[in-house]
Ligand binder design. Sequence first.
Ligand code: CA
Length: 222
Amino acid sequence: MRILLVEDDAILGNATSVYLRNNGYVVDWAQDGKQADLALHEDMYEVVILDLGLPQMDGLNVLKRLRARKISTSVIILTARDALEDRIAGLDLGADDYLIKPIKLPELTARLRVQIRRKHAVSAATIEYPPLTLHVKERLVTQLGEPFALSPREFSLLETLLMRVGKVVSKESLLGNISDWDDSLGNNAIEVYMHRLRKKLLQVGIEIRTVRGLGYLLDKQS
Ligand code: CA
């Protein structure tokens, strides 16, 4: 799941991005409003974590410009404790949730999970695709209760496909979900990871279909 973190405080931004990466998210970190605005024009994100007090362009403006383009990416705003008006303005401009600084990182990831579940209408903590079960929070896959070994990238690919089961997922969107700015992977890399994931899934009778020119598809199970 690819997240855009917008935070101008270097220590907080660094700590947050490290924490999120350790929790299996792909994170791009923008340190001012203009950079965030540019990133939101160029890339697709699952969730944006948006500080409001930012250099270059403030967070409310970034949000306003995003919603003006009819982009429904979930946005969680970060505000100061006494900034009630900012919170109201943010929610009115289309923020989905807010957190008051100083934020607690486990709470931030819990709120992220809520946004991701809402977006994909996945209500449970697990996604069943027999014989596999994907545990969203723990970021692991089991087969009849036993661990099913996947690398973090293979996990992210499978998660993306499972959240859009029955729909074709493009290579670009898969790529966006497994690599961030610091670690840009080419289209070939997706094929390599997909090849490995496919091989593992075939052993349990699950087939990822290639839809030529469009992407990959995990069929709905009947
Ligand atoms: Ca700030």
